[in-house]
Design a protein around this ligand. Sequence first.
Ligand SMILES: [Zn+2]
Ligand SMILES: [Zn+2]
Length: 145
Amino acid sequence: MKCPTCKTDLVPTVRHKIAVKTCSSCQGMWFERQELDELEDEAFDFGEDAKGTLVFSSTPTTAPCPECNAPLRRFRYRLYDLEMDFCENQHGYWLDADEDTRVLELMKKEEAETKRKVIAEDQWAMTLKRMRKGSFLSKVRDLFH
Ligand SMILES: [Zn+2]
Ligand SMILES: [Zn+2]
C-alpha cells in the first residue's frame, strides 16, 4: 500500500488504540471504513443512528486510493472545519497528520453537546411537571375560597 500523496509505502501503526496504516514521510494515515468508526467510538459511542451522515458533498482529487487506485474524493468531515479524503469504493479514509486527534476532539465536543441537550430536556420536563402541579394546587385553593 502506498501513500496517496507522496507514494511512500504505508506502515502499520497503532493510533488511539486502532491499527491503521501511516506514511512515514508525510505522517498521513489510512483508516479503513470501520476503523474511522472505531476511532469515533474511542471518544464517544453515540450509536449508529445518532452518528448521521459523515460525507455530505465531496470534490474530486488526484490522489489514488491505496487499496484500489481510484481517485480519492475530498469532503468536510461531518460538516466540521476538517477536510479528509475518502474512496468512493468504500475502502476507507485518508487523514493528514494528526487529523485523527482532531476527530477525537470533535467527537468529545459532540458528546458534551449531546449531554447538554439531554440535561436541558430533563430540566424542561421537570419545569413542565412543576407548572402542571402548580396550576392544580391553585385550582384546589380556588375551591376553598
Ligand atoms: Zn505520505
Ligand atoms: Zn478504493
